[in-house]
Design a protein around this ligand. Structure first.
Ligand SMILES: [Zn+2]
Length: 263
């Protein structure tokens, strides 16, 4: 699966060329634009860490890290039932405050420098969990061809690649998302009710031709889990294809949606 469009790569290259010709005076935080210290700019050296947050990520200031540290660790795992099978959801943080604004910057504004930090948060959330002994491959929740073209990158694909690298598990992009109908594309997913969301996702995913997950335990990677409808739709396809188990790992979970499947 491709993670970037050519258009996005060309724009990034042009942007880098401009930065090289006219170097910025000082690096700033990816989230709040406060100036950063030398070691936070990725120039090497030991980065400090905050309790429970792992190594300080490149490009994020201490103010933002402290904000993130306050909310991290409070995300509660969830369970989605898929036709009698159970899929656990392991989020790294609740979808609020800094996590929310960071995810939006990453997802919509292309601040892809945040990918490695999100990946380390996801890995932290599932470290020590028995799923890691069972998991055989990592699969990103696929995006629609429309969204991929519009954004120029597949952020969840990039996250899954980073998580696979950190966990030393094979990346196996075995799911495909079908193009959405026009009216579905214009309506935001978050504005939909649980039932509407489930309905719009029915049949949205299928296996990539030739992909084989029989007897595999798939670690499904997503950015934000809201109602669990996406997890359910993807897991259903994976189970139908013979997967032995599915566990979902995500950066964040929306805590207030609890009407459906305990999510
Ligand atoms: Zn900051």
């Amino acid at each position: 699966m491709e993670s970037y469009t050519w258009r996005f790569l060309l724009r990034s290259a042009a942007n880098q060329a401009v930065n090289w010709l006219f170097p910025p005076q000082q690096g700033t935080c990816l989230l709040c634009q406060r100036p950063l210290h030398e070691f936070q700019l990725g120039a090497g050296g030991d980065s400090e860490s905050l309790a429970g947050m792992g190594p300080a990520p490149v490009g994020i200031c201490f103010f933002c890290l402290q904000d993130a540290a306050q909310s991290a660790g409070y995300a509660r795992p969830g369970v989605v039932s898929v036709k009698g099978r159970t899929v656990r959801v392991l989020p790294a943080m609740p979808y609020e405050g800094l996590a929310r604004s960071a995810i939006r910057k990453w997802k919509y504004d292309g601040v892809l420098g945040l990918t490695d930090w999100f990946s380390s948060q996801v890995v932290r959330a599932c470290k020590g969990d028995p799923v890691l002994a069972d998991a055989t491959c990592i699969t990103p929740v696929p995006t629609t061809p429309d969204r991929f073209r519009k954004r120029g990158y597949h952020h969840v694909g990039l996250l899954a690649t980073a998580v696979a690298r950190e966990l030393q598990l094979p990346l196996y992009s075995c799911l495909v998302r079908r193009p959405q109908a026009k009216e579905e594309f214009t309506q935001s997913q978050t504005a939909k009710s649980v039932t509407e969301r489930r309905k719009s996702l029915a049949g949205a995913f299928c296996m990539r031709p030739g992909a084989d997950v029989s007897d595999k335990h798939v670690l499904l990677v997503d950015d934000v889990v809201t109602t669990g409808a996406t997890v359910e739709a993807c897991s259903q396809v994976l189970f139908r294809a013979g997967a032995a188990g599915v566990t979902c790992v995500a950066i964040a979970r929306v805590e207030s949606v609890r009407e459906h499947n305990h999510l």
